[in-house]
Design a protein around this ligand. Structure first.
Ligand SMILES: [Zn+2]
Length: 167
């Protein structure tokens, strides 16, 4: 049954600014890769998809108030992350998604679809994360390490402590 509208909508995490934002509070060591402007994170547990990473600006912005300088950098950065994910091999496509219902700090999901699994094509791909059996933790950690290394090869820092790359 469709529920009634909730108005006003409940605030998102970090809606009041960086002081209340859990993303802003995370140390760089919590991320797969960072540079001056961006931070790339993974997930705490493996999923059944080849890789899932989240790109976010270092500073507290949503898409609407992302400064022009960062907006200009976003396109090339998305291409760079996609290349890093594709470097794993065996990936048919990397989908870029932006949802913003949970947190006010902009975060873009890059979700990889296994090559050849055409049944998973399109907007239903995220749903398969909870359906497919998760990858072994060791495989998952190795993929995260490789994505971080591919990113770091082009600049920035891969803290290397973090060993997750899914959601
Ligand atoms: Zn924030």
């Amino acid at each position: 049954m469709l529920q009634s509208p909730v108005l006003p909508e409940p605030p998102r995490h970090g809606e009041d600014g960086p002081e209340s934002c859990g993303q802003c509070a995370r140390p760089d060591s919590d991320f797969l890769w960072t540079d001056e402007h961006w931070r790339l994170s993974g997930a705490d547990a493996p999923s059944g998809l080849p890789a899932t990473v989240l790109l976010q600006p270092r500073a507290h912005h949503d898409l609407l108030d992302l400064p022009a300088e960062l907006s200009t950098r976003l396109g090339p950065m998305l291409q760079r992350v996609e290349r890093a994910v594709l470097s794993l091999g065996g990936i048919g496509r990397v989908h870029v998604n932006r949802w913003g219902d949970g947190g006010a700090h902009l975060h873009l999901w890059l979700i990889a679809r296994p090559e050849g699994l055409t049944q998973l094509r399109g907007f239903t791909l995220p749903l398969w994360m909870d359906v497919l059996p998760p990858l072994p933790a060791g495989v998952w950690a190795e993929r995260a390490r490789r994505i971080a290394a591919a990113m770091a090869a082009g600049g920035g820092t891969a803290p290397a402590r973090r060993a997750t790359c899914g959601r």
